[in-house]
Design a protein around this ligand. Structure first.
Ligand SMILES: [Zn+2]
Ligand SMILES: [Zn+2]
Length: 368
């Protein structure tokens, strides 16, 4: 009987938790310049970003801030896109001067594989134009290699240079400071560029074509060196794939091409990993069949943190893993309390109060 009462209490509590979901909020702003909730920025890079942004604000009055999160979904704000999440968060944080509305937010959602540079309402469409190059040329190539910290630092420094009013940067014409030579795609991107209006810009549009070329280029048989191999059709190639690989194809996490030599029958299996798949690589069986589902166990409030459960299970093997993650406390809206951060300050050197700036949704997004 006692057990039944506990069970009923638990059920009603879960119901309340679900009802509260819609009221969950944006993460609080603990540091003025860097809030690395996804934990991808190294200590050294954090210091570099803080000093760059502090100088930018001190000398040019422009407030820019960086936020990394795992996914926009974990905050239950009801935002369905990174764009609306960025705008909502920007306005809650009140980034930038309230009169000039010149704040800038760099938001990176690691698990969503999306980023957003959100501009204050004081910027015009012309200011958005250069953002695409910062995102596509500097940040996305690093993110694709898993170099989140470096990509963020490079993006911040490029943005800071723009905001300081420096001429259109030369990095747009040369390859990034650490070129990813392992990726033929990025080295090939330098092919097309043009000069105009005193600036040099670069086109990344040939990306898709290069990827296609990489995939369908002719391949000479490495075994007999006599013939070109032929690419088998989707049905034919199944016979050459392992069971796990066929599962990956059905989950669309990896697409396999099978090339076979008509002369000696030598064959090669070439994987193409989908960038946007939500199936990750399973640590047990190594197939990209790991799905993670999360749910809120306890909502954050203004006085206590919340709790989220994440369950990862593999569609191929028996791997099953459950973790709990703390959801940051809710924060008061900036209009009512711009000084509300001070009580939770962790790095006093880089703190001052936020300006109360607004965004009307301008900016640029990117995916990797
Ligand atoms: Zn052959
Ligand atoms: Zn597995």
């Amino acid at each position: 009987m006692k057990r039944m009462a506990v069970l009923l209490a638990l059920i009603s509590w879960l119901g309340l938790a679900a009802a509260a979901l819609a009221q969950a909020g944006y993460p609080p702003r603990v540091d003025l310049y860097v809030n690395d909730l996804a934990g991808v920025i190294t200590d050294e890079d954090r210091g570099r970003i803080q000093s760059t942004l502090q100088t930018l604000q001190a000398e040019h009055g422009v407030e820019m801030t960086v936020l990394t999160i795992e996914t926009i979904l974990e905050y239950g704000t009801g935002d369905g896109t990174i764009e609306s999440f960025a705008t909502g968060l920007f306005n809650q944080w009140g980034i930038g001067d309230a009169e000039r509305n010149d704040g800038v937010l760099l938001l990176v959602a690691i698990e969503d594989r999306e980023l957003r540079i959100e501009l204050g309402a004081g910027y015009g469409p012309a200011d958005e134009d250069g953002l695409g190059a910062v995102i596509d040329r500097l940040m996305v190539p690093q993110f694709r290699e898993g170099n989140y910290s470096l990509g963020i630092v490079e993006g911040v420094e490029a943005m800071a240079a723009r905001l300081r009013g420096e001429p259109e940067p030369l990095w747009a014409a040369v390859s990034p400071t650490t070129p990813s030579s392992s990726q033929p795609v990025s080295s090939g991107r330098n092919i097309l560029w043009w000069a105009g209006g005193g600036t040099v810009a670069l086109l990344g549009a040939s990306n898709a074509l290069l990827t296609r070329w990489r995939r369908y280029r002719r391949r000479t048989c490495p075994a007999c060196q006599l013939t070109e191999m032929t690419r088998l059709g989707e049905l034919e190639d199944d016979a050459f794939l392992q069971e796990g690989q066929r599962l990956e194809e059905s989950l669309k996490s990896v697409d396999y091409d099978v090339w076979q030599c008509p002369n000696c029958q030598h064959y090669e299996v070439v994987p193409f990993v989908a960038w946007f798949s939500h199936y990750k690589k399973c640590t047990q069986c190594q197939y990209r069949a790991l799905e993670t589902k999360s749910r809120v166990l306890r909502q954050p409030t203004y006085s206590s943190t919340g709790l989220e459960e994440r369950v990862s299970s593999c569609h191929h093997c028996s791997y099953h893993h459950r973790t709990e993650h703390v959801i940051p406390m809710k924060t008061q809206s900036s209009s009512s309390s711009s000084g509300s951060f001070s009580s939770r300050s962790s790095s006093s050197s880089s703190r001052s109060s936020s300006g109360g700036g607004r965004s009307s949704g301008g900016g640029r997004s990117g995916k990797w």
